[in-house]
Write a protein that binds this ligand. Structure first.
Ligand SMILES: Nc1ncnc2c1ncn2[C@@H]1O[C@H](COP(=O)(O)OP(=O)(O)OP(=O)(O)O)[C@@H](O)[C@H]1O
Length: 244
């Protein structure tokens, strides 16, 4: 087969490199100003491609959440640039599992999961079908009728994961998605996140303190004091923009 006839894929032709979902160039994020300013992220250059399975690890306060928010486009860098070259509609193509509570209190679990689909214009029956299916994959379909304040922290966390998966994003950014879960539930969440990312051809970026979760993903980037470390890992050249 010649290059000209290579089949198209979701991100271009099969004979080309996969696309770039997110690209950070020399990105920094400082909170506040003057003597109390906190530099949460410094000088990070990285690329997120389809198929990436990435754990972002590091001590508390090292900048993991900040980097994830910049990659997802829900925060802006104070220096450098973040771009999403192969995303067309970032609001629906990036799914974020937040570290803290994020469910709307007046909606039950199924409605919380369906809401982003309804807002994106999905017909109601399809939105609710996908919401129930996502809850089922995470083995929490029995919780569909419960309000957030009737859920445990771990149950609410799984509903938040279901909400992201139901929206079928191309870039899944999850901040401690298993932080409140027992081992068995954490394992299920990681299995479903990875399987869904495989089905969608998506990238999966997970901030975690849990070595088991990090081990489930293909790559690990470690943050310390706002910088990426881990020179021995195979992603470093990619991260530093040395290869395309
Ligand atoms: N909104 C904010 N205002 C001021 N400082 C902040 C803000 N958010 C984060 N920080 C600071 O930025 C630094 C990085 O925080 P970040 O939440 O990104 O770290 P983290 O590695 O995700 O931590 P954890 O593992 O505890 O979630 C910390 O020093 C934190 O106190």
């Amino acid at each position: 087969m010649t290059g000209d006839t290579a089949p198209a894929t979701r991100f271009g032709r099969a004979d080309r490199e996969p696309g770039i979902l997110a690209e950070c160039r020399d990105v920094a994020r400082t909170y506040g100003k003057g003597p109390t300013a906190v530099v949460a992220v410094h000088g990070i250059t990285c690329r997120i491609r389809p198929g990436l399975r990435l754990a972002v690890t590091g001590p508390s306060g090292s900048g993991k959440s900040t980097l994830l928010h910049l990659i997802a486009g829900i925060d802006r860098p104070t220096a450098g640039t973040v771009e999403w070259p192969d995303l067309h509609h970032r609001a629906t193509e990036v799914g974020v599992v937040f570290q803290g509570p994020s469910l709307l209190p007046a909606l039950d679990a199924t409605e919380n999961v369906a809401l982003p689909l309804l807002l994106a214009g999905e017909p109601e029956d399809e939105a609710f079908r996908r919401a129930r299916s996502a809850l089922g994959r995470l083995a929490i379909d029995d919780l569909g009728g419960k309000l957030p304040d009737e859920l445990s922290g771990g149950q609410a966390q799984r509903v938040a994961v279901a909400r992201v998966l139901a929206a079928r994003p191309l870039l899944i950014v999850a901040d401690e998605p298993t932080g409140q879960l027992d081992h068995e539930s954490a394992e299920r969440v990681m299995t479903v996140l990875a399987a869904t990312a495989d089905e969608l051809g998506a990238a999966l970026v997970v901030a975690t303190h849990d070595p088991f979760v990090a081990a489930r993903l293909g790559q690990e980037w470690t943050m310390r004091d706002g910088r990426l470390h881990g020179a021995a890992d195979p992603g470093l050249a990619e991260r530093n923009g040395e290869t395309r």
